[in-house]
Design a protein around this ligand. Sequence first.
Ligand SMILES: Cc1cc2nc3c(=O)[nH]c(=O)nc-3n(C[C@H](O)[C@H](O)[C@H](O)COP(=O)(O)OP(=O)(O)OC[C@H]3O[C@@H](n4cnc5c(N)ncnc54)[C@H](O)[C@@H]3O)c2cc1C
Length: 467
Amino acid sequence: MVEKRDLMVIGGGPGGYHAALRAAQLGKQVTLIEQGEIGGACLNEGCIPSKILTHFASEFRKQGHLQKMGMVMGEASIDLAKLKSFREEKIKGLRAGVEGLLRSRGVEVINGTASFLSENRIGIESGHQFSLFEFKQAIVAIGGKMVYPPGISMESPFVLTEREALTMTEIPEGLIVSGHDYVAIEIAAAYAALGSTVTLLMEGRLPFDQSIEREMKRLLKKQKVSVVTEVTIMSVSDDGGVEVDYESSAGTRQVNGTHLVLCGKSEADLSRAGLDRLPLECEGGKIKVDGEGRTSIPGVWAIGDVTPGPGLAIKAIKEGKVAAGAIAGDKGEVDLEWLPAIVQMDPPVACAGWSEEEAENRGYEVVCSEYPFRANGFAGLKEETDGMIKIVSEKGTSLILGIHMIGSGAVELISAGVLGLEMAARAEDFTFPLYPHPSSNEALMEAVEELTGHAVHLQRRRKKAVQ
Ligand SMILES: Cc1cc2nc3c(=O)[nH]c(=O)nc-3n(C[C@H](O)[C@H](O)[C@H](O)COP(=O)(O)OP(=O)(O)OC[C@H]3O[C@@H](n4cnc5c(N)ncnc54)[C@H](O)[C@@H]3O)c2cc1C
């Protein structure tokens, strides 16, 4: 017997569950199919566990400052078994929260593996049971699969994936992290804070404005992370540890460690839900969609890591809401122009908009300012003075084109930047409002004031009077 459904969402990760909840809010009858755990890679293996690790590491680093202020505590040590139970409890709690929301919105959740049989039929396998469904609309939200550099044995106990690295049971003595984006930087910085000797081998450059890249490298070096960029790994051997031969601009080098962490790239696996049986138009191996998530097959939508663009929950969530809205008759659009880039190292990095170089390449004549967090009073009292904010603006109009930060509070501060970029703010739009005092927000305001050299808290040499 074929059961009929209005809207079926395949995959309960951040993309899928946001789509299901939004569609239900808009009055749709929704069925969500998940073969594993609700929350997907983000909640169970990615964003949440990685942020538990980075938060733990950055709090651990604060001890010296807290003791200096008068907080009396014994010698701190690390209990990774306790961190594990904390992580599991948090993930379980968050997952239960999402499951409760789905229930409260009347979303039907089916535990099973969905497979497309045709353009409007899905089969669901659950244990020994197989059910057949016919849908009016379906949203494909099955995520991606991680792909790792070839020729390295992932079987070795000394070679870990990024997900395994988040749940290590001992702090590794010598950690080599190889990757291409924020995930590798976060893992490297967290374990360095917890006591590992860390070498970070980045495939390309650090993907940020050059001023931020310089400051990141300086701070990572201060935290005893050796950073090598534009690296190609030549070979890895493991025998009670790892030995990595790599090539960079400095030539061929070797680094030894107790463990190697490989951070993969998210690619779509269209064989997963029988999608390769459908005449879907693809782009770079992922499902091609329009600004609202429509695929080339009417009634079939796709969102998240299975579609082109960066593999981020930020994107999956937005795409989920927009596709659900479009199905319910709303107009929406996913525009990734001002997508923030975040690295949860200590201090964190948060950027939105164009780097100085990008803005120039797009034909803008730019004016930039740089404002160090050490000039911000609130950062001073917290002894979190590392880092800076860089503003990129258009000469003449003072249109803000990019906001780049490394410093305490940057991840929260960037939201004001994203809003400003979205509203095509000029410098005055940032400097006119009142800002809470004392706060890190003032650093953002003064960074914009500094475009005209008017940041109040920056010391300047007085010009000598001409006799
Ligand atoms: C270590 C790490 C850290 C990260 N940190 C961040 C971060 O800080 N910020 C950020 O924005 N992003 C982060 N990400 C990326 C983020 O996790 C992904 O971009 C996001 O999870 C993608 O969401 P999705 O809904 O597209 O897919 P997924 O989260 O992968 O969910 C897809 C779901 O579909 C299910 N599924 C697959 N096939 C089927 C089928 N045939 N039938 C039924 N169910 C199926 C899967 O079981 C899964 O639950 C991180 C990733 C990693 C690995």
